[in-house]
Design a protein around this ligand. Sequence first.
Ligand SMILES: [Zn+2]
Length: 416
Amino acid sequence: MNTGPAATNNPAASSAPRSANSAVATTATAIVNIASLVTNDPSLGDGSPLGLIQDAAVVVDGDRVVWVGESSRTPATDNRVDAGGRAVIPGFVDSHSHLVFAGDRTAEFNARMSGQAYAAGGIRTTVAATRAASDEALSANVARFMREALRQGTTTFETKSGYGLTVEDEARALRIAAEHTDEVTYLGAHIVSPDYADDPAAYVELVTGEMLDACAPHARWVDVFCEKGAFDGDQARAILTAGKAKGLHPRVHANQLTYGPGVQLAVELDAASADHCTHLTDADVDALASGNTVATLLPGAEFSTRAQWPDARRLLDAGVTVALSTDCNPGSSFTSSVPFCIALAVRDMGMTPDEALWSATAGGAAALRRTDIGRLTAGARADLTFLDAPSPVHLAYRPGVPLVSEVWRAGARVAG
Ligand SMILES: [Zn+2]
């Protein structure tokens, strides 16, 4: 066995940048012959934010990455996988989806594409169908869409409640979501429940009281749709503050359909993310640039509602951290495809292919305040997406083409 390369990459033997690599056991698995590897570590490879290494290898041990570098320096391991000259990127981190639902809104989409405007109220259709569905049907639906997303390279998924809008139905949605992912968000404040149409204040009281008590044990995050037709700034503040007091961390649906207070409220409350960010004043952009809140852009929503695109270039030029996610939901963005969102962001939102890829991986991780995902460096979870392409630029260059040919999650091959 040739142990030479392992010795040169031993962290104890060198203080060079790649000394971040862990010691490699021979029982680990080396994935070699990677044409281009995206690490998202600017200290590696070409020194860009993507930390791109050409002709690369990754060594995986258990559920973790233990080594990345040039193929020629791969440590000796018993197991080798040939990537066949494909590109490898970190699994996508989709930090915004709504997957606990039942029913279908084909007719609404069809009507909208025939000229009707999108309004927040369409959510009520899904609420009725979701309340009527069994636990088993809802869980099977979540599993189906997560598998669909996994096949397209997504290895981390956030998902929300918000189609129950009663104490029992919201808690049930979160219980079901938690069977499938750790990133679970309480969105009792999606819209004012139709049962409280005449008394929104009473609904806010429910969302911040009894419903929150029932939901908090099952969730990590609290979210609110701060928008005309949903919840105003004062209501949103009350909902997020109450969630925080119960140990949930805020994120906000903000400034999607109109200008409003959502983005600045998100920054003020140190929300992990302000999601949508389509209609922003200069003060909103300044707030995002000065705070720790990620701007999560969801172009599937603008695509599916024929709305104005969010201006990613403006945010990036101001120094804002940008994430890119699907907003997968049956009403306004029924896509689970991050590659599709990358293509839209590059074509229509002013992002470069590198920026869009970073935002869909490291940006998504930042929006979930995670450091173990969204990168491929020693110590990260071994979430790898293989592309049938020599370069990840192909994600935008070849839109609509199923380039994801293999997916590993936590060190196990789960698709392809
Ligand atoms: Zn959403």
